[in-house]
Each structure stands twice: as structure tokens, then as C-alpha cells.
Design a protein around this ligand. Structure first.
Ligand code: G4P
Length: 321
């Protein structure tokens, strides 16, 4: 299967904005999708934020499996200079928890002379606008929606001595883990035209079959899904949900859209697509592949340079008069 790569706009603008702002930042909040905390992280962020203390916020916890969310929180909390908490849009006042966690990460900051300066980052669709809207209230959020305004850095005053900075545009990771691409697409983070729904649905069903077989069986009234191949499962979902083309053929595209939609809408219950251990394995394999690809690329480039050198060049003195 092809690797999903997608690059939303404003990447350079965002990178520049973060690099400039980071000098005067005490804590970085990285918003993650609690259903895919590994895949929705951005490895580029650690470089850009120069090892500043980080608060990982696992957002949309209402959609994720609580046990796996706990495992991810423990995983992040064990990392140096890192705290993690889980949130969702239904929480009326998330500011208190965020402020407390930031003070734990940067205990010397606070008070009007040394206000806490926090930068919030996250990949598209992770819920950053929703969270900021909740934090600032509806009226202030409307101002940010006007054309031109969204391109500016926003400073949100959460308390007299607590500033939250929001960067413009998006910071999208270079995806080196194929499974991360599929999980991001299933979650809704990738633009609709940038992936093949059938491929994404097959990968999603593969994960669900392994970790949540009973949910699939209950939702689509199927027997023992573990015995089915991913294609058979997608076909069976299409048949059960009336996704048919003329001649009673299963419309696999429609079936794929149904499976993805049901996952996003929580129709299968609270699901997390990856555990810290699984993600660590995918990442290690992805890094090995990426290094091999880079070596091949370097070898081709070196070969090209050598050949170029060997091509006899006309002596300039013999050139046309
Ligand atoms: P972004 O700024 O990071 O791009 O994300 P945004 O806040 O626009 O949120 C993306 C979608 O996620 C929105 O759905 C929003 O309602 C939903 N969302 C945000 N936070 C939460 C949460 O904690 N729990 C749940 N269940 N949903 C959340 P939408 O408006 O329907 O957009 P879409 O689904 O059509 O993308």
C-alpha cells in the first residue's frame, strides 16, 4: 500500500512563527488525538521547541478507550520535562487543569513580573480551535475567524499572569510510519482527497478486528470476524448496510465510507488505534526503512555526481569564436 503523505498550507509560515516565538516560551502544549496519540504527534516539534518542557494534551478523550488513554498518559508522564493530561470538548472549564500542569512544568514562572508564556500546537482536526474557543469564550473566537486575522499569532490571556500563544497555520509531520498515515486518515486529520478510502478502511478494519472484534460483530451483526480477511470483512459490512451497486454487487467504496464514518462518529464505541508499545515498534521499523531509503538516495546522488564529473567537458579555449 502507498504511504499517505499530505501537506496542508502554511507549513513554512508556521515553522518560522514557532522558531521566532519559542525564545520567549516557558511551556509547549502539544495537542494530540487521544485515539492515536503516537501518530498525531509531530516529531519536528521537539526540534523546533528546543527541548522546552512539554504538556501533552490527549484531546477527544471521549472518543478514546479509557484504559489505553491511561497507558498513554503514564507513558508520557514518565518522560523527562513532560506532563500529560486528557481532555475533551465537553469539559466546561479546562483552563484550570492546563494552568496547573504548566505551573508544575515551569515552577519559577508566575506573577506579573514573570508571567507564564505557553505555546499551543497541534496537527489539523485535533481540536485546537474548539479548545481555544472554550478557553476564550465564543465572542473572542469569532474575531479570529475573520479573513486575515487567523494568519496572525493570537495571544490568549488565561489568567493575568498566564499567556497562551497560538501559532498560525499547520505543522504537519513527515510520515515515516505507514500505519500512522492510515490512522491519521481514519481519524479525519488528512484532507479527504489525499487518501484512498478503501485502503484506509481495510487498515482500520485490520486494527479493529485485532483489538475490538466484538464491537464489529455487534455493530454489523457478524459472526467471528477474526476468521475473515480484511476484504471479506469490508464486503460483509457493505452487504449488511445495503451498500450495493447494480447487479447486487457490493459497493466497496460505499462500504469503506460507512466503516470510516462509523469509527469517527463513535458508532463502534470508544476506540484507540494504537498503544505506546505498538507505536514504538512501528516507529522503529519506520525509522529503519527511512534510513535505508535515505542511504539509497545518497548512493544514487553520489553515482550521479561521479558520472557528471566523468563527462568530458569542451575546453573553453576551443569554443566558438
Ligand atoms: P482544529 O482546530 O485542531 O483543526 O480542530 P477543531 O477544533 O476544528 O475540531 C475538529 C473537529 O473535532 C470538530 O468537529 C470538533 O467539534 C471536534 N472536536 C474537537 N474537540 C473534540 C472533543 O474533545 N471531542 C469530540 N468528540 N470532538 C471534538 P466538526 O466540527 O464536526 O468537524 P469535522 O468532524 O467535520 O471535522
Amino acid at each position: 500500500m502507498a504511504m499517505i503523505q499530505w501537506f496542508p498550507g502554511h507549513m513554512h509560515l508556521t515553522q518560522k512563527a514557532i522558531a521566532e516565538r519559542i525564545k520567549a516560551i516557558d511551556v509547549v502544549i502539544e495537542l494530540l488525538d487521544a485515539r492515536l496519540p503516537g501518530s498525531s504527534a509531530n516529531p519536528m516539534l521537539a526540534t523546533l521547541t528546543q527541548g522546552k518542557p512539554t504538556l501533552k494534551v490527549l484531546n477527544k478523550q471521549d472518543l478514546a478507550e479509557p484504559e489505553r488513554t491511561s497507558a498513554w498518559l503514564a507513558h508520557f508522564n514518565a518522560q523527562p520535562d513532560t506532563r500529560a493530561l486528557a481532555l475533551d470538548a465537553s469539559m466546561a472549564a479546562p483552563a484550570k487543569a492546563l494552568i496547573k500542569a504548566c505551573h508544575e512544568l515551569a515552577p519559577t514562572r508566575g506573577g506579573m513580573a514573570k508571567p507564564m508564556r505557553v505555546l499551543i500546537c497541534g496537527i489539523p482536526n485535533v481540536g485546537k480551535s474548539t479548545l481555544i474557543n472554550t478557553l476564550v469564550g465564543k465572542r473572542a473566537a469569532k474575531t479570529g475567524d475573520e479573513a486575515g486575522v487567523t494568519k496572525l499569532e493570537q495571544r490568549i490571556v488565561l489568567a493575568p499572569d498566564f499567556y497562551l500563544y497560538d501559532t498560525p497555520g499547520m505543522l504537519w509531520p513527515r510520515i515515516i510510519v505507514a500505519k500512522s498515515g492510515y490512522n491519521l486518515a481514519a481519524s479525519g486529520a488528512v484532507g479527504r482527497n489525499a487518501f484512498d478510502e478503501q485502503e484506509v478502511a481495510l487498515e482500520l478494519l485490520d486494527t479493529l478486528k485485532t483489538h475490538y472484534p466484538q464491537r464489529l460483530q455487534a455493530r454489523y451483526k457478524l459472526d467471528d470476524v477474526a476468521q475473515m480477511t480484511d476484504e471479506q470483512l469490508l464486503k460483509a459490512i457493505g452487504a449488511k448496510r445495503g451498500a450495493l451497486r447494480s447487479g447486487q454487487h457490493i459497493d466497496m467504496q460505499k462500504a469503506a465510507e460507512i466503516a470510516i464514518y462509523d469509527f469517527r462518529a463513535n458508532a463502534l464505541g470508544r476506540i484507540t488505534l494504537e498503544s505506546p508499545e505498538e507505536f514504538a515498534q512501528w516507529l522503529a521499523a519506520g525509522q529503519t526503512l527511512d534510513a535505508e531509503r535515505q542511504l539509497k538516495k545518497d548512493a544514487i546522488e553520489l553515482d550521479r555526481k561521479i558520472r557528471f564529473k566523468q563527462i568530458p567537458r569542451p575546453d573553453r579555449r576551443d569554443g566558438p569564436c
